[in-house]
Design a protein around this ligand. Structure first.
Ligand SMILES: Cc1cc2nc3c(=O)[nH]c(=O)nc-3n(C[C@H](O)[C@H](O)[C@H](O)COP(=O)(O)OP(=O)(O)OC[C@H]3O[C@@H](n4cnc5c(N)ncnc54)[C@H](O)[C@@H]3O)c2cc1C
Length: 460
């Protein structure tokens, strides 16, 4: 690749704070709220013009991981419960009690944005939207500043503690923290996908719905449509006058802009083929249209930051508990085919129909999970240890959300939004306590952190 030398230049310092949180998604938003509520001077930086990450930009719903496996016992409360209740008062989510009776918390993305705005302002932090964190300046094993870029130019932010909640561990990677990517065998990550909202839908009886979904399934089986499931009428959102479907798929690396470009084009083409198929071939759907596709294709997995502990698939399956637990998860080892194969392929498990046609399956099937072994024990959960949030280096780096220290299989469970929000509250609280005590996150008294989390309504 040809290169050009960039002129070295002094960077203006935009802000000097105690805690900077990079990324305002399910991992970053609660981290910033918790840090600010604990008195840390906090700056939250987000590349979009709104908060929520994939909960809003990705139209991803519902929020999963709020109760124990196949049970109504809550395992995440704190800021997640507070947000749900606030969204409920605006008509954009069920009550907490109702949410506990469902597999996930249905919500409306616009209500999420509004509640996030309110909570961030009330917590008294600085918020900087439309800003990308592009680099980290590291000296003597400390992040001295993160580099930001926006329409005002390139600037630096100095902070005592940096929380990387970018989903892709952008800051950690730039700071030279050890990271891994994808599965150990070939580095491939789970496939990505976009949610779609379809509108102009007819009123259908249950029988007619089933028939319409079956037509789509048949077209998938014939290779005319490329999705991993036919659920185009699924309602994951709060509002049910449109569908909110999670059926698209693309295999690629979300830290590679060329892959992301291909993903956007490929998924939009797949969605348009679906709508044309529905209009032309499924009775009643002539007026069906795409109300929205997500602002960005959603990555399920990319970089994981290496910490002193690496959460594994066996931790998820066995419901393992840890003395330094700071969050709980109950979602299972949900690995969407990393090669992007569509129907009838869905999960990367021993029972995958491709078997010997897949090089990974051929080489690894005796190490892969069987369908029956993907889940935590009934009524149970697994803990997320604090060690998964503390980067091996630099010293002042904490990680939140889906890029914590975990294997491909471990993160396939811990990546859901309810768990990311619990992790976020823990990361933000830890950062504030570390600043107060003048210690590095690694040297923080974890039992004091757990006590602080419990006092704030978190379940640990
Ligand atoms: C197709 C799909 C379906 C899913 N389904 C579900 C589901 O049904 N339920 C569920 O609970 N979870 C689901 N998930 C998982 C869940 O959405 C994510 O794992 C979760 O959102 C991760 O949260 P996060 O905060 O770590 O990352 P993100 O949600 O990706 O948020 C990261 C934030 O950081 C910002 N950012 C990134 N880089 C930078 C940068 N360099 N500078 C500044 N800002 C930056 C982004 O704009 C974003 O706001 C799904 C994911 C996908 C892709």
């Amino acid at each position: 690749m040809a290169t050009i030398t960039e002129r070295p230049r002094e960077l203006p310092i935009y802000a000097e704070v105690d805690v900077v949180v990079c990324g305002g998604g399910p991992g970053g938003l609660p981290a910033a709220i918790a840090a600010a509520r604990h008195g840390a001077r906090t700056l939250l930086i987000e590349r979009y013009g709104f908060l929520g990450g994939l909960a809003t930009a990705g139209l991803v719903a519902p929020i999963l991981g709020h109760h124990a496996h196949n049970s109504q016992t809550p395992i995440v409360e704190g800021i997640l419960k507070e947000m749900t209740e606030r969204m409920h008062t605006l008509g954009g989510a069920p009550t907490w009690e109702e949410a506990l009776t469902k597999w996930g918390i249905n919500f409306d993305a616009e209500t999420f944005k509004r509640v996030a705005d309110q909570m961030v302002q009330e917590a008294g932090m600085q918020l900087l939207l439309h800003t990308l964190v592009t680099d980290a300046i590291v000296e003597e094993n400390e992040i001295k500043a993160v580099v930001i870029e926006n329409k005002s130019g390139r600037q630096a932010v100095r902070a005592k503690i940096v929380i990387d909640a970018t989903g892709d561990a952008d800051v950690a990677f730039r700071a030279g923290a050890p990271t891994t990517k994808g599965r150990a065998w070939d580095g491939k990550s789970e496939s990505m996908g976009s949610f779609i909202h379809l509108d102009g839908l007819p009123d259908l009886s249950d029988e007619e719905r089933k028939a319409a979904v079956e037509k789509v399934r048949q077209a998938m089986a014939e290779g005319r449509l490329r999705f991993y499931n036919p659920g185009f009428l699924n309602m994951n959102d709060m509002y049910h006058d449109h569908s909110s479907a999670n059926m698209t798929r693309f295999s690629g690396d979300s830290t590679n802009a060329e892959d992301m470009t291909r993903a956007e084009l490929s998924i939009r083409e797949d969605v348009w083929k679906l709508v044309q198929f529905l209009r032309e071939e499924v009775p009643g759907f002539a007026k069906c249209y795409i109300r929205a596709t997500s602002a960005q294709v959603g990555p399920r997995e990319s970089r994981q930051v290496l910490g002193a502990y690496v959460l594994t698939g066996d931790d998820v399956h066995s419901g393992r508990k840890f003395p330094d637990a700071v969050a709980r998860g109950s979602w299972w080892i949900d690995i969407h085919c990393p090669l992007g194969h569509t129907y009838p392929v869905h999960l990367c498990i021993v029972e995958c129909p491709r078997q010997l046609q897949c090089a990974f399956w051929a080489a690894q099937h005796d190490r892969m999970y069987h369908k029956a072994d993907l889940y935590p024990p009934e009524g149970d959960w697994y803990d997320i240890p604090y060690r998964c949030l503390v980067a091996k280096r630099p010293n002042n780096l904490l990680v939140s959300g889906r890029c914590i220290s975990a294997t491909h299989e471990g993160m396939a469970g811990s990546r859901v939004m309810g768990t990311c929000m619990a992790i976020g509250q823990a990361a933000g609280t830890a950062a504030a306590l570390a600043v107060k005590q003048g210690v590095s996150p690694r040297d923080l008294d974890v039992q004091a952190l757990r006590q602080a989390l419990r006092a704030d309504g978190a379940l640990v």
